[in-house]
Design a protein around this ligand. Structure first.
Ligand SMILES: [Cu+2]
Length: 287
C-alpha cells in the first residue's frame, strides 16, 4: 500500500517535471533579485496563507542590546511580499516574578515598500525559565492579524557591554544602547546610541535632548584616551544620539560615559581620573 502510494507520487513528480521541460523553450529563466540575499534570516513564522520573515543585517541570532530587525510578510497565495501592512509590535519578557517590555521603535517601510524595519533594545537574555516573545499586529488583505511568537535572546559571544540599564540620580530608570560604529576603525568614527526611559514596565519612550559625554580609554595601555572626541547629542531626525568616537589604535576600548539631562545635571557616570579608572556607565568594543 505504502509502496504504491510512493510510486504514484513519484509518477506525478516525473510527469510534472516532464511537462515543465516540454514548454521550456518558450520560457526565459526568471532571475529574481532577492533584496534580502545578504541578510540573515533570524526567524520565519509560518501561518496559514502567509508567513512573516525576520532578518538581521549582521547577526545570526537575537542578542541583547540594540537590535535592528527587517520584516517581510509573504502572501503564500499570490507569492508576493505584502506592502502597506501597517505593522506594529510589542516585545515582552516573561520573567518568573513579572513581565516587562523593552524599548522599541515604530516599524516603518524602507525604500522597498515590502521590506519593513524597526529596532528593539533587549535588556537581558532569556534563560531556561524566562523568555522573550514579540507580538506582531498587521493587516493582510484587509484583515487585522495578531500573532505572538517566542524568540531566543542571547548574550553576545564576546561578552561585551553594549547596553546599560540603570537608575539615574533622578530616580528614573534608563536604557542606553550602543548603535554605531558596527565596524570601528582607527579614525574619528561616527558614533550613535539610543536612550529610552522606563516609564512603566510596558512603556519605554525615547529621551530627548540629553547629552552623553564620552571618554574612550584603553585599559590595557595605561588607560590612555584619544583626541577630538565629540559628546553625543540628540537628533530630532533620527531620535538617536550622535557624536564622534576617536579610536587611535586597534584593540580593546572602554567607552566611559556620563549622562546629563537638559539642565546639565549628571544622572549617571563619573569622570575618569588617576584614582577612578572607569565610569559606572560604559560600552566596550574591540577591533
Ligand atoms: Cu527581564
Amino acid at each position: 500500500m505504502k509502496t504504491l502510494k510512493y510510486i504514484s507520487l513519484l509518477l506525478i513528480t516525473v510527469l510534472t517535471f516532464s511537462s515543465c521541460s516540454s514548454n521550456g523553450d518558450d520560457e526565459t529563466t526568471k532571475v529574481e533579485e532577492n533584496p534580502m540575499e545578504d541578510f540573515f534570516l533570524l526567524k520565519e513564522l509560518n501561518y496559514e496563507g502567509h508567513s512573516v520573515e525576520l532578518y538581521s543585517e549582521n547577526k545570526t541570532q537575537f542578542e541583547i542590546g540594540y537590535t535592528p530587525i527587517y520584516i517581510r510578510i509573504k502572501d503564500k497565495v499570490t507569492e508576493n511580499y505584502v506592502e502597506n501592512a501597517n505593522i506594529t509590535w510589542k516585545p515582552m519578557m516573561h520573567m518568573e516574578a513579572m513581565q516587562h517590555s523593552a524599548p522599541s521603535s515604530k516599524v516603518m517601510a524602507t525604500d522597498d515598500p515590502s521590506i519593513y524595519k524597526g529596532y528593539i533594545v533587549f535588556q537581558m537574555p532569556g534563560n531556561t525559565t524566562e523568555y522573550w516573545d514579540i507580538t506582531f499586529n498587521y493587516t493582510l488583505n484587509g484583515e487585522a492579524i495578531s500573532k505572538t511568537e517566542r524568540i531566543d535572546v542571547v548574550s553576545p559571544s564576546d561578552g561585551f557591554k553594549r547596553v546599560n540599564t540603570f537608575m539615574g540620580n533622578d530616580d528614573t530608570r534608563y536604557v542606553l544602547a550602543y548603535v554605531d560604529p558596527v565596524a570601528p576603525e582607527v579614525t574619528l568614527n561616527d558614533m550613535t546610541a539610543v536612550l529610552h526611559k522606563m516609564e512603566t514596565m510596558m512603556e519605554f519612550p525615547v529621551v530627548e535632548n540629553y547629552t552623553i559625554e564620552i571618554d574612550p580609554r584603553m585599559p590595557g595601555m595605561g588607560n590612555h584616551t584619544s583626541p577630538n572626541n565629540e559628546d553625543l547629542t540628540y537628533s530630532t531626525q533620527t531620535s538617536m544620539y550622535n557624536g564622534k568616537l576617536s579610536l587611535s589604535m586597534t584593540g580593546y576600548w572602554k567607552i566611559n560615559m556620563k549622562l546629563l539631562n537638559q539642565d546639565g545635571e549628571v544622572l549617571k557616570g563619573e569622570d575618569v581620573t588617576e584614582d577612578n579608572p572607569e565610569s559606572s556607565l560604559y560600552f566596550e568594543i574591540e577591533f
